[in-house]
Design a protein around this ligand. Structure first.
Ligand code: HEM
Length: 172
């Protein structure tokens, strides 16, 4: 395929297919037992100035599909960067099988990125409590593993961690 677009220079550490190992850990809501899940994360590109990604979670024992999400990680274009005197701005845009869509922004710092939602959309029949904010940290560990921490706020709970997943590259 085409080489990665120059704007992806700071994101090449994400490329590939990643499998949770150990199982992902979930918390929420307070009082509900913590849960485990398996998750495959895929980051690819087409030569365009953005990454395409998927997070597909499944049940640890049965393999039954659970949460699914697909979207894009899009570095801010150079003009926008220059305007804000910051070369590391990035956006996340995704759709989730729960009926939620998320648009957020943040920044890349070395092999780590943080994004916070500024816009969430949902179907009129999404169940409550509605999610009011999502914050994510994705980073490469010193061991070459990918770590993903997702925190969320809902109408009834403040921002708190929901998910923690460590992945290894498939085949490693
Ligand atoms: C519960 C949001 C990702 C598994 C919840 C709840 C919310 C929520 C609002 C509580 C309300 C409810 O019961 O529906 C999100 C968001 C995610 C996300 C915004 C991504 C950004 C995941 C992933 C898994 C997962 C990857 C992995 C399987 C669960 C489970 C519960 C839960 C097991 C416990 C409550 C239940 O059994 O329904 N999530 N979630 N979530 N979530 Fe997530």
């Amino acid at each position: 395929g085409p080489p990665p677009h120059a704007s992806l220079r700071g994101l090449l550490w994400l490329l590939g297919v990643w499998e949770s190992q150990p199982a992902g850990e979930g918390l929420y809501p307070p009082g509900v037992a913590p849960f485990s899940f398996r998750e495959t994360a895929t980051f690819t590109h087409t030569g365009q100035p953005l990454l395409e990604y998927t997070f597909y979670a499944s049940h640890v024992e049965s393999g039954r599909p659970m949460h699914r999400e697909t979207g894009f990680l899009k570095p801010a274009p150079a003009e926008a960067n220059n305007h804000h005197n910051n070369n590391n701005r990035i956006a996340i845009i995704n759709a989730q099988n729960t009926g939620l869509v998320e648009v957020g922004e943040g920044q890349v710092d070395g092999e780590s990125l943080t994004v916070t939602s500024h816009t969430l959309g949902r179907t009129t029949f999404n169940k409550q409590p509605h999610v009011t904010q999502i914050q994510r940290i994705l980073r490469l560990t010193a061991q070459g593993e990918l770590e993903h921490v997702v925190s969320m706020a809902t109408e009834t709970s403040p921002l708190q961690q929901h998910l923690h997943t460590t992945y290894r590259r498939r085949g490693n």
